[in-house]
Design a protein around this ligand. Sequence first.
Ligand code: CA
Length: 224
Amino acid sequence: MTTKAILFDMDGVLFNSMPYHAKCWEQVCQAEGLDLTAQEAYLHEGRTAKGTIDLLTQRKWHRDATPEEVERIYEAKCKLFNALPEAPTIEGADLVLAAAKRAGLIITLVTGSGQKSLLERLNKAYPHCFVPERMVTSDDVRHGKPHPEPYLMGLAKSGVNAEEAIVVENAPLGVEAAVAAGIRTIAVNTGPLPEKALLDAGASQVFPSMTAFAQQFDEIVGRK
Ligand code: CA
């Protein structure tokens, strides 16, 4: 089957924002008496805020978080995050996007993020790659990753079948979501997790960087 579309996750794939997210989660959760380290935050990447906070309150207090707790913790996290400088791009992501365009692939974004300024930032960092019709954000879906819904919607917006697409992800839960949607998934390990975490989640291949993926892009996509 020919690959027709490539679906990109954003945080940790296009922007190096995960160190900021992880640090903010750690700081805010510890102030609330919840145990979360920045390192563990990487394991929950892609989960909704409520999903992450419930997991922590369950572990510590054996109950789900109240709506007030979720709102307070998530607001504090966003406030910290928004005060930080804009995250830099991931090295080599521009090369992967250039290779995808050269191969004539449909390019789609599938992110759990929902910031209003998303498209503007994407266009600034990666000109002429993304269009609003082919973007799935947290505003578009009911279920976050690892549920397949975001990637199923990504397929629908791309107008292709699962067999005609590949996904680029950096997080175990993101890989799980894409694999659950039936899509071949390439993982780029841009964070501190062991490669095994991504393979165990179902990634068909793991690259240490976007640059390394770009170098083998034509082979992987089968468009030599
Ligand atoms: Ca990610």
